[in-house]
Design a protein around this ligand. Sequence first.
Ligand SMILES: [Zn+2]
Length: 346
Amino acid sequence: MTGYDSLLRGSIAALLAAAVLAAPVHAGAADGSKPAKQLFGAAALPAMLAPQPVGFYAKGCLAGGVALPADGPTWQVMRPSRNRNWGHPDLVALVERLSRDAAASDGWPGLLVGDMAQPRGGPMITGHASHQVGLDADIWLTPMPARTLSRQEREEVSATSMLKKDSLYVDPKIWTQARANLLMRAASYPEVQRIFIHPGIKKMLCDTWKGDRSDMGKLRPYWGHHYHFHIRIKCPPGATGCTPQADIGRGDGCDKSLAWWFTDEPWKPAKPDAKPKPKPREVMLSDLPAACSAVLDARSPASAAAATVRAGGVAAPAAPGAAAAISAMALAPSAIPVPTPRPANP
Ligand SMILES: [Zn+2]
């Protein structure tokens, strides 16, 4: 039974019931005066539409999101109160597959899964610039323990940094071959577009990895990412509303583009500006692809459980509203505009 069905029957009582039911679901979609992060942050359940990433990783939303179950044989979802264990079905399938393969072959018992996307994707109140279209997932560099973590532990347990204190280099006492195996496994899947990882960890892989290096280039050095890594998958085939990111190009990235990260430039404090910068304007619904309004307005499933799936994708038909290509984070290091403050969470 849904508010929508009741509306069709047309009785006053049903109309009132529908209004009550619809309140948390519609998240104020018509209210274009609120920042988009508030509208999408208020949506507790996904848009019941065909699965489709809409727009770009850092400027878009998600139709037909599905949830990664909080627990699987080889994964546990962390920070459940954030309700960010949502994604395109292909992302959910990829995370499950990585968890299985790593447990079977890499000496990594299972994944602790951090942020994926909100139920309807979109900008977040806290945390990330990307993760907006259901194709990004953060995976902790801490292995899953042999027991099921309590709800409270999932909220409070901290991840472990891989770095020596106050350094850009990996602590060999913390680093393990299993972590290297896990990262290279993740990079090996053809649907993985790139992986963000701290430059110190990239250097460790460049210096020590003995196996096939053909996917090494997908591991992209970036600020932050020494407690976790960030997997980004490609736009699913046929998802015409999804804006792809430029290919990473050839090469393993163990070159001067990596050496740049061990210079002062990426880390020195930004120069004090002559004039203070105006606060950047909030991203509004009207800044996102037009189809994101329909995503906010769409009906919800009856419950999160109804949209929680096991592995296996659903065909993604085309949706209108492709955004213009944005090439943030696709730039060569020489052309990286060093941002202020340094972003730890793309
Ligand atoms: Zn991330």
